[in-house]
Design a protein around this ligand. Sequence first.
Ligand code: HEC
Length: 127
Amino acid sequence: MKETIAAGVSIALVLAAGTVAAQSGNEARGERVFNQQCKICHAVEKADASAVGPNLAGLFGRKAGTAPGFEASDAMKASGIVWDDKTLADYLKDPQARLLGTTMVFNGLKQAAQLADVIAYLRKATQ
Ligand code: HEC
């Protein structure tokens, strides 16, 4: 009986933690998603060279298409986007649809939880 209660409590805790993560994003999970889906083209450390895409260091609060050392597309430069939680979620969900002419060849993060996780990771990692 005691064990059943303990098991019930830990399930409730896991559920509660899951709810919080879904709302605010989980950095550790976001790092895994980034490493799997973004790192091939993007660096987050200022000192690292990015291969295909712009370096994402200092991303938050920056105007789209102004990353140092990268020639962004005309679409990106003219977009008027300033990167924050909302604009990132919007773009990363479906880059081609959000910004016609963007040269980022990426299908988009379709799962809301993955999107929130990556943004939580980026907020910290690009500081
Ligand atoms: C195949 C390579 C590639 C992949 C994979 C990729 N990107 Fe990109 N990304 C680019 C390129 C190229 C651009 C520049 C787009 C433009 O100028 O239109 C870009 C632009 C961006 C920008 C805008 C940066 C700025 O300073 O304006 C962000 C943010 C971004 N990518 C985040 C991500 C994230 C997060 C992922 C993974 C979920 C990802 N990208 C996956 C190549 C990629």
